[in-house]
Ligand binder design. Structure first.
Ligand SMILES: Cc1cc2nc3c(=O)[nH]c(=O)nc-3n(C[C@H](O)[C@H](O)[C@H](O)COP(=O)(O)OP(=O)(O)OC[C@H]3O[C@@H](n4cnc5c(N)ncnc54)[C@H](O)[C@@H]3O)c2cc1C
Ligand code: FES
Length: 291
């Protein structure tokens, strides 16, 4: 297992394979869950890693698109059979994906990127904005000891006493997967921009409220739009809390070849350099990334 710049681990080698769509269901407005049968990737992938999906024999869109692991599903004997993704319809590819029926074959390569570190803390705080909740279901399952991911399987040495998900969207109709988190025993705190559910305002205000009421997390994992991640890392810095960000930088190859995904990272006192989010990330320590 290799370690990148940030001390997080790069897991098993990626494979390029053909996956079959098993089923799709709608989770929220413009938001779908798709199950793909791809045992080779399911066996290797860990929470926070992603894979690229491409429609074969189609030139527009030509490039694959990155999607985070939402969860691994298992076949009857308990062996990993495939992956679930949760996706928001945004442009060309995701619009096409929403029309894919069971049985369709698609190109998939992964697992890619480094993944979140295993949490091993008392209170794990996850902060998600928009479709940024998708990596956190598997993070929570792993932390609670409900499932092991990766090859060799990663193990948690300490179960959290508390896992909180602060989750914000524009309006309640976009909330996707809340019940699944609640079923795991995750404390879910919601925010909407228009006040249609939960806190009326930014999800980072919820994070601040949680900290202000004395409920200090040991670590913060964060995924969502850049301004939200910047606000979350500012809060983490003020309270001296470790914080990891999962970047959603657009990617063309996912394997480190095209440099379309470079981000600026601090590499020393007053110094910075570029890193490729697809191979050195997408998870970075908040104090290293320059947002
Ligand atoms: C590591 C990683 C994991 C991801 N996981 C998920 C996931 O689990 N679920 C999910 O729904 N999405 C996820 N995304 C984002 C997803 O890859 C994009 O939404 C998708 O590529 C859009 O493709 P499209 O062809 O539908 O849109 P396009 O036609 O390519 O783009 C439509 C519009 O959206 C903008 N856009 C495209 N990609 C992004 C982006 N990453 N961030 C902001 N704006 C963008 C474009 O500039 C354009 O304006 C992830 C991205 C990364 C890098
Ligand atoms: S997406 Fe090609 S180098 Fe990162």
């Amino acid at each position: 297992m290799e370690h990148n710049l940030d001390g997080t681990a790069t897991q098993a080698a990626a494979v390029h394979t053909v996956a079959t769509v098993v089923e799709q269901s709608q989770m929220a407005t413009d938001t779908f869950r798709m199950r793909l049968r791809c045992p080779e990737i399911a066996r290797r992938i860990v929470p926070g890693q992603f894979f690229m999906i491409r429609e074969p024999n189609v030139s527009d869109p030509l490039l694959g698109r990155p999607f985070a692991l939402f969860d691994v599903y298992e076949q009857e004997d308990g062996e990993p059979a495939g992956v679930d993704i949760g996706y928001l319809v945004l442009g060309k590819m995701t619009r096409r994906m929403a029309g894919w029926q069971a049985g369709r074959e698609v190109e998939v390569w992964g697992p890619l990127g480094n993944g979140f570190p295993v949490s091993n803390v008392r209170h794990l705080m996850m902060v998600a904005g928009g479709i940024g909740q998708t990596p956190f279901l598997a993070v929570a399952r792993e932390a609670l000891g409900l499932r092991q991911y990766g090859r060799p399987p990663r193990a948690c040495s300490r179960r959290p006493e508390q896992i909180t998900l602060c989750y914000g969207v524009r309006t309640a109709a976009f909330l996707a997967g809340v019940e699944e988190f609640e079923r795991l025993g995750v404390e879910v705190r919601l925010a909407t921009d228009d006040g249609s559910r939960g806190h009326h305002g930014f999800v980072t205000e919820l994070l601040e409220q949680t900290i202000d009421r004395g409920d200090l997390p040991d670590v913060i994992y964060c995924c969502g739009p850049e301004p939200m991640m910047k606000a979350a890392s500012d809060i983490a810095r003020r309270h001296n809390l470790p914080c990891w960000l999962s970047l959603e930088t657009p990617m063309a190859c996912g394997i480190g070849a095209c440099f379309s995904c470079v981000v600026k990272v601090r590499v020393g006192e007053g110094e910075w350099d570029y890193r490729r989010a697809c191979v050195d990330g997408p998870i970075f320590r908040a104090d290293q990334i320059m947002l």
